[in-house]
Design a protein around this ligand. Structure first.
Ligand SMILES: Cc1cc2nc3c(=O)[nH]c(=O)nc-3n(C[C@H](O)[C@H](O)[C@H](O)COP(=O)(O)OP(=O)(O)OC[C@H]3O[C@@H](n4cnc5c(N)ncnc54)[C@H](O)[C@@H]3O)c2cc1C
Length: 405
């Protein structure tokens, strides 16, 4: 007789587990509370789906910080190359961009998701939507669907319920309260890959909200990264801000606010800037003068003017201005809310699961994906971790079954 597996959560983690288990002839039922599967995965494809990163395993694993050791066997089992081949098998070849990041040719998730769901259907996965999992009763799973409440027998369950970002897409962390009743440790959930609030002047935000600040270098503590980010009405987000977001968030938790340093002209030394600023200004406005002499962007000049508006610097002191251009300080008040971040940190503690990702306090119930306590920057590390984790748990279930035969 076929072994029955219930997978709850039809994001990339659950979809991958469903694919592998059904391929090995397990009787798989996939539930989701939403009317369709993979809603966050679809959203991820809106700005260009970055499915993984091509860098070497050692560098790749570093991105998971304290959890790197946990992801080592997971990535050995389902590597970046395997994910790229999987996409190709679904009909979407991938390519490596100049930054090393990997994208499907169409940049979108929709063709991948369509093909993935159709494979599951062909492999006889029962796919049930609009079913909200609300807990257990006498070891049976309870779902709410409309006004009905149903119970489902489960030999093996995989929970792949996601983190807490963009809750309207389905993952809202309602599982935390359920798991806490079983003494399953869940660490604090916090925004990750998020923007930060900055108190801009009205003049600055009205003029520059939505503009990217390109080719700058952000430094914080002893980390420096060149790149770009976006000015928003409420602060800053995107690009290199996401790469720093976990340390910035942790520092704000400790200090109440934090300060980053931006080099607005990273390719010029301070001496070179000082030399260029010696050129006579003649009748040029300071804005035009900075644009002509240093080729600073409108936003970069706007930032300098913002300091002037706030009385922070005297723009006639050219030597000081050169220093400010190389060391522009921005104070960050707090991270943007969880609802609008890319991912979340925190979740089910690794102390609560065994090496197969089975909950110690709930035998035959496995967990995987973003609902676990790890975090990683954007750049393909999130999807690779979730999909590989789904594959790892599926293979553990398959191997266990084989050993018990
Ligand atoms: C705007 C945006 C852009 C992103 N871009 C990228 C990117 O380019 N590259 C990258 O690597 N990552 C990206 N991510 C992150 C990535 O999408 C997530 O890390 C990934 O989707 C998490 O997968 P998951 O399967 O663990 O959870 P999810 O995708 O969140 O899926 C969980 C599923 O569980 C269901 N569910 C939850 N609770 C219940 C319940 N009680 N009952 C029934 N069903 C339930 C939800 O409806 C959902 O369908 C992006 C995220 C966002 C928000």
């Amino acid at each position: 007789m076929k072994s029955k597996v219930i997978i709850i959560g039809g994001g990339p983690t659950g979809l991958m587990a469903a694919y592998l288990l059904s391929q090995k002839k397990f009787d798989v039922t996939l539930y989701d509370r939403k009317p369709t599967f993979g809603r966050k995965f679809l959203l991820a494809g809106r700005g260009g789906l970055n499915i993984t990163h091509s860098e070497c395993r050692e560098k790749f694993l570093e991105k998971y910080g304290n959890s790197a050791k946990i992801f080592e066997p997971i990535l050995n089992n389902f590597s970046q190359n395997k994910l790229m081949s999987f996409c190709e098998m679904l009909g979407e070849k991938t390519f490596i961009g100049s930054s090393g990041r990997v994208f499907p040719k169409s940049f979108k998730s929709s063709p991948l998701l369509r093909s993935w769901l159709s494979k599951l259907k062909n492999q006889d996965v029962k796919m049930i939507t609009n079913h909200d999992w609300v807990g257990w009763e006498d070891n049976k799973l309870i779902f709410k669907t409309g006004i009905k409440r149903i119970t489902v027998d489960a030999e093996i369950t995989l929970l792949a319920l996601g983190g807490l970002s963009w809750p309207k897409l389905g993952s809202d962390g309602s599982w935390m309260k359920i798991l806490e009743k079983y003494n399953i440790e869940v660490s604090k959930i916090q925004p990750a890959n998020c923007g930060f609030f900055v108190k801009w002047s009205n003049i600055f935000k009205n003029r520059f909200a939505g503009f990217p600040l390109k080719a700058v270098e952000l430094s914080f503590k002893n980390k420096k990264i060149k790149g770009e980010f976006i000015i928003t009405t409420e602060g800053i987000e995107g690009g290199i801000i996401y790469s720093f977001s976990s340390i910035l968030r942790d520092n704000i938790n400790e200090m109440g606010s934090t300060e980053i340093t931006i080099d607005l002209k990273p390719d010029f030394t301070i001496e070179k800037i000082k030399e260029l600023l010696l050129k006579p200004r003649l009748k040029l406005t300071i804005t035009n003068y900075l644009r002509k002499t240093l080729k600073l962007s409108e936003v970069a000049i706007g930032l300098l003017m913002e300091l002037k508006n706030k009385g922070g610097t005297n723009n006639h002191e050219m030597s000081n201005l050169a220093y400010v251009i190389k060391n522009y300080k921005i104070t960050l008040d707090k991270p943007f809310s969880i609802e609008r971040c890319i991912s979340t940190s925190g979740g089910i503690s690794f102390n609560s699961i065994n090496e197969d990702f089975m909950l110690v306090n709930k035998p035959n119930t496995y967990v995987a994906g973003e609902m676990l306590d790890w975090e990683a920057p954007t750049g393909g590390y999130l999807l690779q971790a979730c999909i590989s984790n789904g594959a790892f748990v599926a293979n553990n279930i398959i191997n266990k079954k084989r050993q018990n035969k």
